[in-house]
Design a protein around this ligand. Sequence first.
Ligand SMILES: *Cc1c(COP(=O)(O)O)cnc(C)c1O
Length: 359
Amino acid sequence: MTDTTPRLRAALDGIPTYKPGKRDAAGGPVSYKLSSNENPYPPLPGVLESVTGAAASFNRYPDMACTGLMEALAARFGVPAAHLATGTGSVGVAQQLLQATAGPGDEVIYAWRSFEAYPIITQVSGATSVRVPLTEGEEHDLDAMADAVTERTRLIFVCNPNNPTGVAIPRADLERFLDRVPRDVLVVLDEAYREFVRDDRVVDGLELYRDRPNVCVLRTFSKAYGLAGLRVGFAVAHEPVAAALRKTAVPFGVSQLAQDAAVASLGSEEALLERVEALVAERARVSRELVAQGWTVPESQANFVWLRLGDRTADFAAACEQAGVVIRPFPGEGVRVTVGEQEANDLFLRTAEGFRKEL
Ligand SMILES: *Cc1c(COP(=O)(O)O)cnc(C)c1O
């Protein structure tokens, strides 16, 4: 009996592990991290102060209801507090949504390639992933996704703009898709990069959720707001979805530091959104220069760009690392490169140009 181990759920067998973006380029003179879509700017002084203030009382549990943050979010986005739910990053909220909707025998649809957390959290729930390939143009194939709905479908992730390709969905296409999805299937609009969208044809999910009770919008403080390390995100959804999220929340999951920093960030939005504007300008510059070098670059509405490199992916990532830039390779498919500080983007562009010439 000594070799007997605790019985674990078979659903966990073969789960892909989440691959965090590499932190450092090994051994080089410089190292820029363009692998995790983080905000390259350090915290704003006011936001940092709110966190150091909250740190003085971390012997206490946080406000479990996130009262201050809920009020600030309700005011900022013009939604009832009853339609809001917070969690440990929007990945945490996505996992709660699965817990609330899906289990063994159920199906979860998402585009592929898309956010790498979807297959992991779906498999943990026991439900089955149904992956619908992106189109040639790196877009969600929404017609095929609607066709994939069965009576077992419980949840559909729509990543808009899509991670890792950066491509966003025009309003008309998304509305047509939502019209086709049965009302008892939850559609999760993952808008982690919403603040970086500049294309007017891309609809804000908060407009769509209002008269569609089966639509849930996910947002995060990790990207544009620069709070990735504090783990706070939120969902906007009608009852009973929002209520289900409160039931599936880990008690006291969102720390007081995170809550206070999120409230302070909403209060400093103007300064934060100036930084987002600078990153959007850098995105345009990086995309333009890559195109001038001869690369095919899908139009990104997020804080990263995508290069479909196929079997040259690993070599490209190695060349970048050697130059001191860590990017995110998806072996055999392509690379996702975060738009970072100007020096980092310059170094990346020079490396990409050198690689191109060698081809
Ligand atoms: C980064 C990201 C998130 C947010 O992650 P957090 O858990 O909030 O840090 C959610 N969805 C997508 C598609 C992302 O890229």
